[in-house]
Design a protein around this ligand. Structure first.
Ligand code: NAD
Ligand code: UFG
Length: 333
């Protein structure tokens, strides 16, 4: 297939491109490089030996996007482009709604013009808010988001569903990611933390290499086995393979379909620290502090639907995730 990847040089997209190229798909990539670097393209090529047709372009620039894409017959668009920092979205809501929502609307207009009827969208478990139950199935009701970033995902899902409803020959697959960590085992691509990390794993790796003195563990009084927050961490390579498998749902003309991409296992903050220490043989000093506003106790997926419909099951363990995160990130510092 000819696959358009928006946000192509980002963390999850770059791993997905590797897996798509391994299955002989042809990639047309778009990114405005606001949170990534074009060097990633060379590193993808070192892994797969293949080029991608890459264009530096903001998806909100409808005219340029149309110019770039009108020479291709695109079979499917995988839409990763977006801003994703939860805290920043609270401080800059207009920028987040503009980038993520106006960007998606612009993309949808161009996809219609070039007659691309298939789209896979990067959504997030954040749309479940405080989940009504765990493990979370796709039937779990969408909840109240605690930040503008989450609302953009919530709203874009609805925009896509309404668009498909008005265009029954379209197929929309919504993938709700749980907590992606890890990196390609080659160490060539991964996540580059920007500023002070908000997320657990990049913070741990910065403590591991001495940039930060200790990790602050946000609360140990949750209703979880050890009192710390429980999440469904998923290796980014498993997540990437989920996109390749999801193409099968598109090929079966699914209309709208929604899938959780998680492992089904919940690990606490202390589980992650202990596993990281054991696998990498590095001590992670930490201090228990107050809960972080907006955090929930426990969030993990029931990934059974993705297994049943397109045969996807996560393969990597938490130890693999801790090893590969460190293997990539220690080279950055
Ligand atoms: P990332 O920041 O590494 O990748 C996003 C890419 O989109 C970046 O390369 C950025 O430069 C590009 N981009 C942003 N706005 C753009 C625009 N207007 N035009 C063109 N390019 C633009 O983030 P990621 O972790 O790879 O996330 C990919 C997608 O998955 C995002 O939509 C994110 O919200 C979603 N997601 C991520 C997580 C996570 O924890 N990483 C969890 C759930 C969902
Ligand atoms: N945590 C700490 N200390 C830190 C950072 C995190 O104790 O310095 C704890 C949190 O309290 C939470 C767990 O580690 O219990 C995971 O926190 P992350 O910030 O890594 O991840 P979240 O589950 O809060 O959120 C992430 C993304 C969201 C996305 C969500 C689900 O940031 O954008 O996963 O995909 F929506």
């Amino acid at each position: 297939m000819n696959i358009l990847v928006t946000g192509a040089t980002g963390f999850i997209a770059s791993h997905t491109i590797v897996e798509l190229q391994n299955e002989n798909h042809t990639i047309i990539g778009i990114d405005n490089l606001c949170n990534s670097s074009a060097d990633t393209l060379d590193n993808i090529k070192k892994i797969t030996g293949k080029d991608i047709d890459f264009y530096e372009c903001d998806i909100r620039d409808t005219d340029k996007l149309k110019d770039v894409l009108s020479k291709y017959k695109i079979d499917c668009c995988i839409h990763f482009a977006g801003l994703k920092a939860v805290g920043e979205s609270v401080a800059k809501p207009v920028e987040y709604y503009d980038n993520n929502i106006a960007g998606t609307l612009s993309l949808l207009k161009v996809l219609k013009e070039i007659d691309c009827k298939n789209i896979i969208f990067s959504s997030s478990a954040t749309i479940y808010g405080t989940p009504a139950f765990v493990p979370i199935t796709e039937e779990c009701p969408k909840g109240i988001c605690t930040n503008p970033y989450g609302w953009t995902k919530h709203m874009i899902e609805q925009i896509l569903i309404d668009t498909q409803n008005a265009n029954k020959d379209m197929n929309v697959v919504i993938l709700r990611y749980f907590n992606p960590i890890g990196a390609h085992p080659s160490g060539l691509i991964g996540e580059k933390p920007n500023g002070i990390p908000n997320n657990l794993m990049p913070y741990i790796t910065q403590v591991a290499c001495g940039i930060r003195e200790k990790l602050f563990v946000y609360g140990n009084d949750y209703d979880t086995p050890d009192g710390t927050g429980v999440r469904d961490y998923i290796h980014v390579v498993d997540l990437a393979r989920g996109h390749v498998k999801a193409l099968a749902a598109i090929e079966k003309n699914c209309g709208v379909d929604i899938f959780n991409l998680g492992t089904g296992h919940g690990y606490s903050v202390l589980d992650v620290i202990n596993t990281f220490e054991k696998v990498n043989n590095i001590k992670i000093p930490y201090e228990i502090v107050a809960r972080r506003p907006g955090d929930i106790a426990s969030c993990y997926a029931d990934p059974e639907k993705a297994k049943r419909v397109f045969g996807w099951v996560a393969q990597y363990s938490l130890s693999d995730m801790c090893r590969d995160s460190w293997n990539y990130q220690h080279r950055l510092f």
